[in-house]
Write a protein that binds this ligand. Structure first.
Ligand code: NDP
Length: 366
């Protein structure tokens, strides 16, 4: 797989003056193991949409490197890549390796920019080995510890939270910020930044354990569960002054509960709609489009969708602020680490039923 084919590039992390940390090298491999897209899901994806393959080890040509995957990031956007239809990024073709961000080690280099042993971030997908001509590879900053944070709080999800909340949500001290999927890879960062900005933060999450964590560990003022039938009433009780910013990660019942509570001039960064990713058609019911437009008009609400790869100009600010907050203990981050490439499909499917508790990462090799 050519790792230069990528739609998100955190290459500006190099602004930190990345220096590679040499790692212990594994015994010379002979085969590659990988997950390819076997079929396109209709609605909810299943294990049968993926196929595990063992192939010959790819060879690094002139100007190329051979990469060994250490960590693979699993993210909700991958569901969209499994569809045939057009989206903001290229789909995965049937038989192709599933896409994904990785932390990888250079095990062979025929490219002068990279040395054997360098650690890099790549977009090399669900496989153990890949080759790259160097495009889209970024040497990992040795200060990123654990290195898997380059796929989470100091990577794509962290930047999503940072730009979506600060640039689009524009929270001000004293305002009320509500967010869904509030303990996940993106949400946990959104909520903590909103607290740093002096806001009242109310999370929405699934399991009671996640809600407890949101309040006790992440410092939210409250967190309600979308599993509860009276979630809308609980949310209203926790937002006595209404909602000024709603960071949308989910859609569905969370959005329904939030809508009536939005204040005049509320901002709604639309980051994700995970509750709808497996839908094949619009839900039944009356057309409420005019009601939504009426709400937006009469309350002067600003809703703005965004895709993180269009906001890479903010990477230097993000890296500076986030590194500082982590170092000072002002932002905490939880990873949900699963072991072995074999686990990837099952772990990925778990994203759509809340099985992950924190950023979902696969440890592919040591
Ligand atoms: P998370 O780590 O938050 O994992 C997904 C979580 O979503 C689950 O754990 C679950 O949390 C919640 N969830 C899943 N299905 C449902 C459902 N049907 N109803 C309610 N909640 C559900 O994922 P990320 O932080 O990586 O992503 C969060 C959102 O941000 C996604 O929509 C993703 O697509 C989007 N995103 C958008 C980007 C952009 O550029 N616009 C970039 C990155 C992410 P719980 O158990 O609490 O319900």
């Amino acid at each position: 797989m050519d790792t230069s084919r990528r739609d998100f590039n955190l290459s500006s992390l190099a602004v930190l003056g990345a220096m590679a940390a040499p790692g212990a090298l594994a015994a010379a491999p002979t085969t590659n193991r990988r997950w390819v897209l076997a079929s396109r899901p209709k609605g909810k994806p299943g294990l049968d949409n993926f196929k595990f393959e063992e192939t010959a080890l790819p060879q690094a040509g002139d100007g190329e490197v051979l990469l060994q995957t250490l960590y693979l990031s699993l993210d909700p956007y991958m569901r969209g890549r499994m569809n045939a239809g057009d989206s903001y990024a290229e789909r995965v073709e049937l038989g192709d390796v599933m896409v994904g961000g990785t932390v990888a080690r250079v095990v062979e280099s025929r490219n002068p920019t990279f040395a054997k042993g360098d650690l890099v971030t790549a977009y090399s997908g669900w496989q153990e080995y890949s080759t790259s001509n160097g495009a889209g590879l970024t040497k990992l900053d040795p200060r990123i510890k654990p290195t898997s944070y380059a796929l989470g709080v100091l990577g794509m999800p962290g930047l999503t939270a940072y730009t979506g909340l600060l640039d689009i949500g524009q929270p001000k001290a004293g305002e009320t910020v509500v967010l869904a999927a509030s303990t996940g890879a993106v949400g946990s960062v959104v909520g903590q930044i909103a607290k740093l900005k002096g806001c009242r933060v109310v999370g929405i999450a699934g399991a009671a354990e996640k809600c407890r964590y949101a309040v006790e560990e992440l410092g939210y003022d409250a967190c309600v569960s979308h599993y509860d039938d009276d979630m809308a009433q609980q949310l209203a009780a926790q937002c006595p002054d209404g909602i000024d910013v709603y960071f949308e990660n989910v859609g569905g019942s969370s959005w329904e509960a939030v809508m009536p509570l939005l204040n005049n001039f509320a901002r709604v960064p639309v980051c994700g709609l995970i509750a709808h990713y497996n839908q094949t058609e619009l839900p039944p019911g009356p057309d409420r489009m005019s009601a939504l437009q009426g709400l937006i008009l009469t309350k002067s609400i600003k809703m703005q969708g965004f895709i993180v790869s269009n906001h890479t100009d903010r990477i230097p600010d993000f890296v500076r602020d986030m590194s500082g907050w982590l170092a000072e203990g002002k932002v905490k981050y939880r990873e949900h680490m699963v072991s072995g490439l074999e686990s990837a499909p099952e772990a990925f499917l778990g994203l759509f039923r809340g099985a992950n508790f924190g950023k979902l990462v696969v440890k592919v090799s040591s």
